[in-house]
Design a protein around this ligand. Structure first.
Ligand SMILES: Nc1ncnc2c1ncn2[C@@H]1O[C@H](COP(=O)(O)OP(=O)(O)O)[C@@H](O)[C@H]1O
Ligand SMILES: O=C[C@H](O)COP(=O)(O)O
Ligand SMILES: [Mg+2]
Ligand SMILES: [Mn+2]
Length: 697
């Protein structure tokens, strides 16, 4: 493991699997579906039998506790995880849908964040599920307030607000509401929500370096949760100024993705740790946000200076914060405002005349209570170690202790005593007897106590069980495929597939580097993952890729893209090869290859919504396809035509360096920061040139 990426994992390939195994080991209310990165409620059979609507969510990993950590009664029925920052493959999403739905009458709501990869992969799975007779609807969350301009982009990104939607849908499902009701309320809630991020440091994908660099005294506003660039960099400011910057940006009338907030509005405010913020800072940010938002509620009382007013407002809000929560909405705005006024007057009077009726001691206690009370509802409590690593450590500790014959009866995993944002862990062991065990199991309201999720009535941790479903064993069916091409061409196709895959594997770092600038840094790994599987299936003894039958070959390549890649590339290549396969069934001739390529390009445009010129892989594929077709029409030789097409492909890919991005992740990055070509377009030149190399031999 490179030192550029200092993390507590075993291997990059297995880190997500081991994280999920750790999560399930610590939480007996969860089950892993064997063969997939799918987590479901342990009591899923009962939940299905109840006929209530089931809920699933998912996406790339690296956002823990999202989403597997929100599986449980009252929230999700199941979750699907992809590789880090990479949307999961449709096959796993389908496995999750089948595991939580079993065609129950209620149906399933699928909640996703608005990313191209997730839209395509979850979209494909939902379409398949509908064909199979499942009832489902998809809620796409896009609530990012970062982007000010109205230029064409991939749409607002889904961020932490997704967890609020999961909670809302979970409560509605538990109440027995219908799929239609839940989807409608959730879609409406998405429009009433906004999120803005602020970062002090980059994140690091396991196995790769930092996603971007930020000066020691710099902060970045409006970044994404995959290390995507934000909208503005500034010098480090105070917590107070930072919160003002965030909320001002979020509510700015000139911001096209703003959330309007006005006096009298009631809001829930979620302060989310992006992973390495200390709890000390988190509480300060919570306080600042409450104070700032509270200002919207109160008007100046004549004769009071702004300074005094701010002090009073702060005290009143802290005090009232408690009433808000105790009253739980039963108090009208009118009454609340009267109470606010009374409290301000009361507190203000003490301040001005210095009577000291409320002691500093009491005030501090109230402040503390208010923060604790608010904190309990709002915080995602993380430390400087990612939750991904924490779960892996939990799994390792359990495995090791159990291998030594120690019964691990209770496991707690979370942030309990931090060292600010230090990346690191400690392990504590306590010998248990009945008294101590009962004490640990006793209920507490303390916000810091992270309790494993146990289904009602269950008191003990059981060895994690994996659930085997019919989707657990996805063995490609062996078929006898008849060759439709000559032995020479068969050998040539074998060489093409092999060289293209090898070249993609060799370019992993280069493509990841390009994707760090314009996206989330995983394009090379996603392509390499697919290429590895292509190589192993090419050389497989039992069921090798049918290189003698181009249509069947394209079908299998599409299947590999679907099963093992994930991300936008996985979904788009799977659609591409599936279309190509259909076209190649008709005939095998230079013009048939050319029409197949053109049809594949059309499918990418149809499902991805991008056009040539939008700075995507299409800017390499489309000119290549056009050139191939026009050269063949002009009666150039197939080899010359292909050479010319590859040249156009390379020129097209290079030209993306100066293009404005209007699709995919790069559409969020400001143009002055996009200096290199698009990774997806470069990937196309790599495999297409490899094909040309073999063809020219
Ligand atoms: N809507 C789209 N249509 C065509 N290609 C797209 C689209 N969105 C993204 N891409 C391509 O996908 C590449 C990124 O691939 P990948 O890293 O797998 O995606 P992500 O991590 O954003 O899911 C981009 O460089 C771009 O070429
Ligand atoms: O975490 C990542 C998202 O869930 C999916 O992103 P993607 O478009 O990169 O696959
Ligand atoms: Mg990705
Ligand atoms: Mn990417």
């Amino acid at each position: 493991m490179s030192t550029a990426c200092k993390k507590l994992v075993n291997t990059v390939e297995r880190c997500v699997d081991e994280c999920l195994e750790g999560l399930v080991a610590v939480n007996p209310g969860l089950r892993l579906v064997e063969g997939h990165r799918v987590v479901v409620r342990a009591d899923i059979e009962d939940a299905i039998a109840s006929g209530k609507v089931s809920l699933i969510s998912g996406g790339g990993s690296g956002h823990e506790p999202a989403h597997a950590g929100f599986v449980g009664k009252g929230m999700l029925s199941g979750s699907v995880a992809g590789a880090v920052f990479t949307s999961p493959p449709p096959q796993s999403i389908l496995a999750c849908l089948r595991a939580v739905a079993k065609k129950n009458a209620g149906g399933t709501v699928v909640i996703i964040k608005n990313y191209t990869g997730d839209r395509i992969n979850f979209g494909l799975a939902v379409e398949r599920a509908k064909h199979e007779g499942y009832k489902c609807d998809m809620v796409v969350v896009g609530e990012d307030c970062a982007l000010k301009s109205s230029d064409k982009t991939a749409g607002r990104r889904g961020l932490c607000g997704t967890i609020l939607i999961e909670k809302i849908c979970g409560a509605l499902a538990e109440e027995g509401r219908t799929l239609e009701d839940i989807a409608r309320i959730a879609k409406d809630a998405v429009t009433k929500m906004g999120t803005i991020g602020l970062s002090l440091s980059p994140c690091t994908i396991p196995g790769a370096g930092a996603s971007f660099t930020l000066g020691a005294d710099e902060i970045e506003l409006g970044l994404g949760i995959h290390g995507e660039a934000g909208v503005k960099r500034t010098k480090l400011v105070t917590a107070n100024e930072a919160v003002r910057m965030m909320i001002d940006h979020m509510t700015d009338p000139n911001n096209n993705s703003r959330l309007q907030v006005k006096t009298g509005d009631k809001v829930a405010c979620m302060i989310n740790n992006l992973g390495g913020t200390s709890v000390l800072e988190l509480n300060i940010i919570a306080r600042e946000a409450i104070l700032l938002l509270g200002r919207y509620h109160y008007v100046n009382l004549s004769g009071t200076s702004v300074l005094e007013l701010n002090i009073i407002v702060r005290e009143a809000i802290l005090l009232l914060g408690r009433y808000h929560y105790v009253n739980l909405g039963g108090t009208s705005v009118l009454e609340l405002n009267i109470i606010a006024r009374e409290a301000i007057l009361l507190l203000g009077r003490y301040h001005y005349v210095n009577v000291g009726g409320t002691s500093v001691l009491e005030l501090n206690i109230i402040v503390r209570e208010a923060i604790l009370l608010l904190g309990r509802y709002h915080y995602v409590n993380l430390g400087g170690t990612s939750v991904l690593e924490l779960n892996i450590i939990a799994r390792e500790a359990i495995l090791l202790l159990e291998s030594r014959g120690v019964a691990v009866e209770r496991v707690y995993c979370g942030s309990f005593t931090t060292s600010l944002e230090m990346a690191g862990v400690s392990i504590t062991l306590l010998h248990l007897d009945d008294t101590l065990r009962n004490c640990l199991d006793a209920e507490t309201n303390a916000p810091g106590w992270v309790r494993p999720y146990l289904p009602s009535g269950q008191r003990t941790r059981t060895t994690p069980q994996k659930m085997v479903t019919e989707d657990s064993h996805n063995i490609a069916k062996q078929q006898t495929v008849t060759d439709t091409v000559s032995a020479d061409m068969k050998q040539q196709l074998y060489n093409m597939v092999k060289t293209a895959a090898e070249q993609l594997i060799a370019s992993e770092e280069q493509l990841n580097g390009l994707d760090k600038e314009s996206g989330d840094g995983d394009c090379g790994s996603t392509m390499a993952r697919g290429a590895q599987d292509i190589l192993s299936e090419l050389k497989s003894k039992d069921n090798p890729l049918p290189v003698g039958n181009p249509a069947e070959l394209a079908k299998r390549l599409g299947n590999i893209a679907e099963v093992s890649m994930g991300g936008s590339s996985g979904g788009l290549y799977s659609l591409f090869f599936t279309t190509v396969a259909g076209e190649l069934q008709k005939e095998i001739s230079p013009s048939a290859w050319s029409s197949a390529l053109a049809a594949g390009v059309t499918t990418i445009r149809k499902y991805g919504g991008a056009d040539p010129g939008d700075r995507t892989m299409l800017d390499a594929l489309y000119p290549a396809s056009e050139e191939l077709s026009s050269c063949l029409k002009a009666k150039k030789s197939p080899i010359e035509s292909f050479k010319s097409a590859v040249q156009k492909c390379e020129e097209g890919a290079k030209s993306t360096a100066t293009m404005k991005a209007r699709a995919g992740r790069s559409s969020y990055v400001s143009q002055d920061r996009l200096k290199n070509p698009d990774p997806g377009a470069m990937a196309v030149t790599i495999w297409l040139s490899a094909v040309l190399d073999i063809l020219s031999k």
